[in-house]
Design a protein around this ligand. Structure first.
Ligand code: SF4
Length: 997
């Protein structure tokens, strides 16, 4: 879009041209993916502005988003492919041409694919192209693929997908326009940043109450109407106490439970039998309930039944009880009364009771009704849409505990009994959710990968029974991260935090190549950081070879991980490439309709770098992977990623982008390929948005209009009602296997664990580390979170964002510190069962007194990210990760005989970052001033210039303000080292198809 220069009549140029053109694209400074307008002048980025028409941010831009300029011009940008020449970890590289880099990668990977494809472990970090990377792994034939979800929030995702067919975070959102009460659990403010900020603004403008349950009073909690400063890891107990109060008071939406959940399903009571705890089903396998009118069993989903929610019945000789009664009976137990849990939660019983009463009041005395007619799954027409206006949201604070899956399920149970899922004022799904519970497909890779062949399906999926696990006949794991094994059966995002440890140990087997993208696994993205650095450099004494023989890494920046790779494939910045935010992946939808988006190159790369997604497709073509090569062996997507975005189809008519499909570009969702699709996106400000009809906007799990639409769009396979699960039969199937039933045998070592944690209804247990260590020796909880103005390790290397913060402190409650003689600004040693760090404290009042916390990923290793060696991030900043072990202490009590399980949730494998227990002691006076541990400074990769002492970015656009002199751009000029490769390169020459490759 060209900009006009306004002509001034009086000779005073009050509005000088700020740019030559404005290009629309999508922000990548965090995971929100807001729409942005990028102003470009003289080929340089001058300004970034929010796109007011974009569904995600509606014009709002945060500090990170505007600082994207400094991300793009970062002094840490890699310049060219690199090959390691020194010892691994030394940072000694030589630059090589792309041809050599691709030949090397093809050689390493080609050998594996021909012989044993599972010897490739392909794991990606916080990238936004997981539908491509997962599909690539499928075509390669390795089951060893996952992205960062396993160490981020899989507990939340899995608990939601196995309970209500969707989850918090980007799969749903509070009904910001109608909610009267908003209950938020453990959300760090860098996630879902702009949408939550604007949503909270809306709530406050309407006078709705916002309650934040979080051990720390920062960010969202700081603007909440009520802060519930809970003790970490006890949220599940708090929620059970709320449920206890609501059930006891009869404040439960029975009509909602009967219509939309499995509360009335009959559960078999046959202790010791194979069907104990399963649904009572008829001969066709249809679940049954007890019909109070007919006084007999009936199909649970028959719209004509009048089901019982309580009672005990005998059907065909089976003793059965409705799920609701089991649920109510469990949480009415006095051990869940507010008085019983208050001390453990660090709260008062009165506060818990009051919040329960407020929930009951808003749900049942302030219900709302929208005058919108809709038709349910059974064809019944309803004149209005009724809602109980309580919205909830949760994120990592719930998820990153070893009890997080059940805690998140508890929150969903609370939502269900109040009738607030997918109703006006409640929590709303964003299409393509809800999905069947759980979604299809199941994880592929039971054969462990066959030489020269693709996997039968995607490596990640959703098991529904023990037979779906990826274990051998003896129950041993088939994946390198032990996902989908008896250690963590429902690990639907894999266990990235275990990959390096397991590969180093060769447990369950060694790998040949570790291939990673955007994952800073030798620093802030790993537990046991020092240990992992040692594993990455450890050699087999017998052969002198590295225990992890080859490491390929792709990143745009000289992160700490670069030094530990053998081959570096330098990526572009997000402003230099085509990209796709797809409905097949993590879309940008709103509850009112689906949406997807693209990124387009705003500027050309000025370095010899290539977009990783294009490189991956090129590699696939060189390897002859079936999805990426034609019959004659030529590349299927010679135009790289943009070619794939337009021409790849996952199913007939369904591709990465939903907008402007079909020959004429007038079909959305499903339709033939359209060669002009990207052009249409660019014309439409780089996004597509579908709009639901009013009658489709709520009750999506049971809404005939919506379900039919979802089938048409390819979101779901059939339009059957999606029944919310207060009771999980799937969990019970795993528990019954642990009790010795069924054809799949659970190894003795894991039986008690599976039986304990595969409870069909939510449970609470003490987080594993807290249960394992001496809590008197380690009396405090320790947490990390990210500030609202940064996102993981990206933000803290950004020249503008560093000015907001460049040293993280350990935040400690002033009262707790005083008891230990610690004053503000003191330096302290923080010790866990695993390690010790030294850092500086900041005393505050707004934190649970038994909790200390810090900002993660501010602390950097010296020399990394091209920061000066004396940068505060390196000398005073610190990483809490050094204190966290990826393994739990030895399990001496169970049948494991001292086995060390991963530091994860036992159901999903979610990394339990927030289970950490520590003690804090004042450092000696001569120890003040520098953080510990320190490591040798990393060498700067070749051809990256030193960081500028003074940053003058932007001065070059206003020479008149500098006496008419041209001002050198201290960021750009020093980085241009040669004409870079264009973004969309033609693919490599056709590779002849080889037998078995
Ligand atoms: S919230 Fe995230 S995606 Fe949106 S502008 Fe800020 S950094 Fe960019």
């Amino acid at each position: 879009m060209a900009l006009d220069h306004p002509v001034e009549g009086d000779g005073v140029d009050t509005s000088p041209p700020v740019a030559d053109e404005v290009k629309y694209t999508t922000c990548y400074m965090c995971a929100c993916r807001c729409g942005i307008r990028v102003y470009v002048k003289d080929g340089q980025i001058r300004y970034i502005q929010g796109n007011k028409n974009h569904p995600v941010n509606k014009g709002v831009l945060c500090a990170k988003g505007s600082s994207g300029i400094m991300q793009h011009y970062s002094p840490a940008r890699l310049q060219k492919p690199l090959k390691r020449v020194g010892e691994r970890g030394s940072g000694e590289f030589v630059e090589i041409e792309w041809d050599e880099a691709m030949d090397l990668a093809t050689d390493w990977l080609g050998t594996i694919r021909k012989t044993d494809p599972k010897k490739l472990a392909f794991f990606t970090g916080r990238d936004q192209s997981q539908s491509l990377t997962g599909w690539w792994a499928t075509n390669f034939g390795t089951p060893n693929f996952a992205a960062h979800g396993g160490f981020c929030s899989v507990n939340m995702a899995a608990a939601g997908l196995y309970s209500i067919g969707g989850s918090f975070w980007e799969f749903g959102e509070p009904d910001w326009d109608n909610a009267k009460y908003f209950l938020m659990f453990g959300v760090a403010e860098d996630h879902d940043s702009n949408p939550i900020k604007t949503g909270i603004g809306k709530l406050k403008a309407r006078g709705a109450k916002f309650v934040s349950v979080n051990p720390t009073k920062t960010g969202y909690s700081a603007v909440a109407d009520e802060w519930v400063g809970i003790r970490p890891g006890t949220d599940g107990l708090f929620v059970f106490a709320l449920i206890h109060e609501l059930v006891k008071a009869g404040k439960v939406d029975l009509e909602y439970l009967v219509r939309y959940t499995n509360a009335h399903y009959l559960i078999i009571q046959a202790p010791g039998e194979a069907d104990d705890g399963l649904f009572l089903r008829d001969t066709d396998g249809v679940p049954l309930c007890w019909d109070k009118v007919k006084n007999a069993s009936a199909k649970a989903l028959d719209p004509e039944v009048t089901p019982a929610l309580t009672g005990e019945y005998t059907v065909n000789g089976k003793q059965v009880i409705p799920a609701f009664q089991l649920m109510a009976g469990r949480y009415l137990d006095e051990k869940y009364a507010p008085e019983a849990v208050a001390e453990t939660c660090g709260l008062s019983a009165a506060q818990i009771k009051r919040i329960a009463a407020e929930l009951a009041h808003v749900a049942f005395e302030e219900a709302i009704e929208l005058p919108i007619e809709w038709t349910d799954w059974a064809g019944r027409t309803h004149k209005t849409m009724k809602g109980r206006p309580i919205a909830m949201h949760a994120m990592r604070g719930i998820s990153a505990h070893s009890n997080g899956f059940h805690t998140c399920r508890a929150i969903h149970l609370l939502q269900m009994i109040l009738g607030t899922v997918e109703v006006p004022g409640g929590f709303r799904f964003k299409p393509p959710f809800p999905k069947p519970i759980p979604p299809n497909p199941k994880p592929a890779g039971k054969d462990g990968g066959v030489p020269g062949k693709p996997l039968a399906g995607a490596p990640l999926g959703f098991p529904t029974q023990p037979e779906d696990l990826l274990v051998d006949d003896d129950g041993n794991p088939l994946r390198i991260d032990k996902a989908y094994s008896w250690e963590n059966p429902l690990s639907s995002h894999g266990l990235m935090h275990m990959v390096i440890t397991n590969a180093w140990k060769g447990d369950p087997y060694p790998v040949d190549v570790l291939f990673m993208y955007m994952a800073n696994m030798s620093w802030n993205s790993t537990m046991n950081t020092k240990g992992v650095m040692e594993m990455l450099t450890d050699k087999d004494p017998a052969t002198g070879e590295y225990k992890i023989p080859k490491i390929i890494y792709s990143d745009a920046y000289a992160s700490e991980m670069v030094a530990y790779a053998d081959l570096i494939l330098p990526d572009t910045t997000y402003l230099e490439r085509w990209d796709c935010i797809s409905l097949l992946d993590r879309p940008i939808c709103e509850a009112d309709g689906p949406a997807d988006a693209i990124r387009q190159p705003v500027v050309e790369p000025d370095r010899d770098v290539r977009a990783f997604q294009t490189v991956l497709l090129d590699l696939g073509a060189r390897l002859g992977l079936p999805g990426m090569t034609n019959e004659d062996g030529s590349p299927k997507f010679p135009g790289g990623y943009p070619d794939y975005i337009v021409n790849h189809e996952r199913m007939p008519g369904i591709g990465p982008l939903a907008g402007w499909r079909g020959e004429n570009g007038d079909e959305h969702g499903r339709g033939a390929k359209n060669p002009d699709q990207l052009k249409k996106y660019v014309e439409n400000e780089c996004f597509w948005q579908g709009h639901l009809k009013p009658s489709q906007k709520y009750y999506k799990f049971a809404n005939r209009d919506y379900l039919d639409y979802a089938v048409h769009m390819g979101f779901i396979g059939h339009a059957d009602q999606i029944v919310l699960q207060i009771y999980s039969e799937i969990m019970q199937k795993f528990r019954n296997a642990a009790r010795g039933h069924g054809s799949v045998k659970v190894p003795e070592q894991h039986r008690a664990r599976v039986e304990a944690y595969f409870d069909p209804m939510p449970i609470w247990y003490m987080p594993f580390e807290e249960a394992a260590v001496d809590t008197k020796a380690f009396p405090l909880h320790a947490l990390t979170q990210r500030p609202i103005y940064m996102y993981h390790s990206w933000g803290s290397q950004n020249a503008w964002l560093r000015q907001i913060m460049n040293q993280n402190r350990l935040y400690m409650h002033a009262g707790t510190a005083k008891d230990q003689g610690i004053a503000d600004d003191d330096w302290v040693w923080v010790t866990s069962h695993h390690g010790r760090v030294k850092c500086q404290v900041r005393l505050i009042e707004g934190v649970n007194p038994q909790t200390v916390w810090t900002w993660n990923a501010i602390g950097k290793r010296k020399g990394a990210w091209n920061l000066k060696e004396d940068a505060p991030e390196a000398t005073k900043g610190f990483l809490l990760n050094h204190l966290i072990s990826e393994l739990l202490p030895e399990d001496k009590t169970g049948a494991g005989g001292g086995y060390r399980y991963s530091n994860s949730d036992p159901v999903t494998g979610q990394a339990a970052w927030f289970d950490l227990r520590v003690k804090v002691e004042k450092a000696a006076a001569d120890e003040f001033g520098e953080s510990s541990p320190q490591f040798p400074a990393l060498k700067r990769p070749p051809n990256i210039a030193d960081s500028p002492d003074i940053l003058r970015y932007g001065a070059q656009f206003n020479p008149e303000r500098h006496g008419g002199k041209t001002v050198e751009n201290s960021v750009i000029n020093r980085q241009v080292v040669g004409k870079g490769a264009p973004e969309v390169k033609p693919m490599t020459k056709p590779v002849p198809k080889k037998e078995g490759v």
